[in-house]
Design a binder for this molecule. Sequence first.
Ligand code: SF4
Length: 113
Amino acid sequence: MFEENRVKRVIDESRRQLLKTVSLGVALIPFAGLPLRSAIAADLPLVTADDPTAKALQYVSDASKASGAKPGSKCANCSNYQGAAGSAQGGCTLFPGNAVNATGWCSSWTAKT
Ligand code: SF4
């Protein structure tokens, strides 16, 4: 009886440890590719002024030259910007396949929260 209880405790402890390990692994899956994705997006070609989406959204590479931009608004502080903090350029969810300047701006600018 004593031995049976001891084995049961060992099995329970092993099961708890396995569940903790699996839970942590599952919780970290969404973050696994973030640095890589940011690095890849930064290496993408910069969006050009003749890009149809850029034209439609009035994208400019220098926010100070944008008419209608809120003071201080720029890609770096937009919720769609995917570049790392302090990066010169990075991806934008609205321009897949291209990078935007951190100092850029477009009419879809939305404050990062
Ligand atoms: S959506 Fe945001 S990050 Fe993308 S180009 Fe416009 S201002 Fe820049």
